[in-house]
Design a protein around this ligand. Structure first.
Ligand SMILES: CC(C)(COP(=O)(O)OP(=O)(O)OC[C@H]1O[C@@H](n2cnc3c(N)ncnc32)[C@H](O)[C@@H]1OP(=O)(O)O)[C@@H](O)C(=O)NCCC(=O)NCCS
Length: 161
């Protein structure tokens, strides 16, 4: 496995659009087009930097991850979407990519004290990964989906610095 995040640009946006989850996972993550649109219009707000990436193993696009972060805040650092193509799931890519996303955020944004995300109740695989890395439910529900928000902070986040 040789994982790398590549910012989405004219060379790889088609590869991003070709990525698919299993049909039963479709509600857990925005489609590639929607995820890219969220970044393009800066849907979180103009104060957030929206970064869409293709996740690559060598030259192969195997997934995508989009983050939306307000560099002037302490706790507005969101992993908005992350997925591994259905054909590549179950090989350790998801866990490795989530860890890499956390490291990327703390390296890029020195003020980051908390990383947040939404994970649907039915998404047991993703919840297992997040909880094992130290994410905990905040008690808040995502306004759009009414699904639980999670946060990673304190010593559990410090491990990634
Ligand atoms: C969540 C997701 C990214 C995980 O990617 P992945 O490459 O399949 O995950 P990994 O191979 O790294 O597996 C991670 C863990 O989940 C477990 N797992 C993976 N597939 C599983 C399955 N079908 N059933 C049960 N457990 C499973 C693995 O055993 C592993 O546990 P461990 O690391 O404690 O041993 C992937 O399932 C996905 O893209 N899902 C759809 C989109 C989504 O839900 N995104 C997250 C939104 S919050």
């Amino acid at each position: 496995m040789k994982l790398a995040f590549r910012l989405v640009d004219s060379s790889n946006w088609r590869a991003m659009l070709a990525l698919k989850v299993h049909p039963e996972q479709a509600t857990f993550v925005a489609s590639p087009a929607r995820s890219l649109s969220i970044c393009y219009v800066r849907a979180f707000g103009l104060e957030y930097e929206h970064l869409p990436h293709v996740i690559c193993d060598g030259e192969d696009a195997i997934g995508y991850v989009t983050v939306a972060c307000d560099p002037n805040s302490n706790d507005e650092y969101w992993i908005d979407d992350i997925m591994i193509d259905a054909s590549r799931q179950g090989n350790g890519y998801g866990r490795a990519a989530i860890e890499m996303a956390i490291r990327m955020i703390v390296e890029r944004y020195p003020r980051c004290a908390t990383i947040k995300l939404t994970c649907f109740r039915a998404n047991h695989i993703a919840a297992h990964i997040y909880e094992s890395l130290g994410f905990r439910k905040t008690g808040k529900l995502n306004e759009e989906f009414n699904e639980p928000e999670y946060a990673l902070g304190g010593p559990a986040l410090a491990r990634f610095r």
